[in-house]
Design a protein. Structure first.
Length: 172
C-alpha cells in the first residue's frame, strides 16, 4: 500500500513537472522517464521495500559513519559510504542530460531534497535509520553525477563549437 501511494505521488509530481517544464524533444522525454523510473527504484529500495524496524531512529552526528568504520564496527563498512554516494549519482547525470545548462546549485538542491525525502520517510515510516551522513553522501553523489556528465560532454561541446566555427570560416 505504501509503495502504491508513494508511486502515485511521484507520478503525479512528474506529470505536473512535464506540463510545466522546458522538455522539448523526445530524447529528453526518454531521459525524464528514466529519471522517474530511477527515483521510483531508489525510493522503493530505500524506503518502501524495507521491513519496518519497529522503532524510529535518527543519527544527526555528522561523519559518525567514518568513526564507526575507523573503530572497526562490523556492521559498518566503507562500502556503505560508497553506496550512498553512488545511489543518487545517476540522478545528477540524468538531470544534466535533460537540462544541459542546469547549474550545480540546482542539482545540489534536487539531490538534497530527494535524499531528505528518503531520510524523512525512513524515519516516519520506521523503515531505517535516518542519517545525516546519508543525506550528505547522497547529495554529493548527485553533484558528482552532474560533474561527470559535464566533463564527459565538455569535449563534445568544444568539438561542436569548433566545427561550427570552421563552417563559418568557409562561408567568409
Amino acid at each position: 500500500m505504501q509503495l502504491l501511494l508513494g508511486s502515485l505521488l511521484i507520478v503525479a509530481m512528474f506529470i505536473i513537472y512535464v506540463f510545466n517544464s522546458k522538455i522539448d524533444n523526445k530524447r529528453n522525454y526518454i531521459y525524464a522517464l528514466l529519471l522517474l523510473g530511477y527515483v521510483l527504484i531508489v525510493f522503493g529500495a530505500t524506503v518502501f521495500c524495507r521491513k519496518t524496524l519497529g522503532y524510529q531512529q535518527i543519527e544527526l552526528m555528522p561523519f559518525w559513519i567514518y568513526m564507526e568504520v575507523l573503530e572497526g564496527n562490523p556492521g559498518v563498512t566503507p562500502m556503505d559510504i560508497i553506496n550512498n554516494i553512488i545511489l543518487l549519482l545517476p540522478i545528477g547525470v540524468l538531470l544534466t542530460c535533460i537540462f544541459p545548462n542546469i547549474r550545480v546549485g540546482n542539482v545540489f538542491v534536487i539531490g538534497f531534497l530527494l535524499s531528505l525525502g528518503i531520510e524523512l520517510l525512513q524515519y516516519f515510516l520506521w523503515k531505517g535509520v535516518a542519517q545525516l551522513d546519508d543525506l550528505m553522501h547522497n547529495t554529493l553523489g548527485c553533484v558528482m553525477g552532474w560533474y561527470l556528465c559535464k566533463k564527459l560532454f565538455a569535449k563534445d561541446e568544444k568539438k561542436i563549437a569548433n566545427e561550427i566555427n570552421n563552417k563559418y570560416e568557409y562561408l567568409e
